[in-house]
Design a binder for this molecule. Sequence first.
Ligand SMILES: [Zn+2]
Length: 248
Amino acid sequence: MSQTESHLRSAFDDAFRQMGGDRARIRRELGAIEVKFYPYAGLHHTIRVRAGRVFVRISDLFRAAPPEVTRALAFLLVARLLSRKPPRVYERLYRSYAFSPEVLRASDLARRERGRKVISTAVGRVYDLNRVFLRVNRRHFDGEIDKPILTWSQRKTRRILGHHDAAHDTITISKTLDSSDVPEWFVEYIMFHEMLHIKYPARIINGRRYYHTPAFRAEEKTYPRYEQAQEWLDRVIRTRRELRARAA
Ligand SMILES: [Zn+2]
């Protein structure tokens, strides 16, 4: 059991102790609580009791969550199991993390990718991500970034053009960009951004997780075509909006 999973288990012990109330019978029967991370499609957690044992599955998108957030989640799940109202403070803590932009992005992507094969291929129709990575690494990082797993996304996601998953050491690039309509330098820029996430791991400040730290942003702006890349980002996102308007 990882340190996180044993921390989680003690959080569940506490939650049952504090919220068990007249449901003491359940508490007594809790000889074993099994807590595991699970690669659900999207942000999803489950708790159930079978033969006196409690089985908890936590979305693996929460693997990197700060301890106070996983503790809050334990209280919310136990409250759900016991049909009790969870303390407000835990709801707030949970939401502030679960609805943070990076977790939302990751859960969007997981929803799209999972249930299928997560890793498809690095070699696209037009661009080979292995070559893109090598070029960007040589040009902007002195070749010092260790190569993660590289893959094109299964679907043409427009809102999420790239994603770095630290837990799985994977960079996923949206298949939308594997097109001769998209200039090579823009694919390189998206790769550059995701590689910066490897160079600048998320930092926790006052209990909040920051992915785009000031150092990250400062280096991102040194990209030679940074301004042009922002225009391209707008263009790709605008196209998505137009598509949606047409569908509506
Ligand atoms: Zn980012």
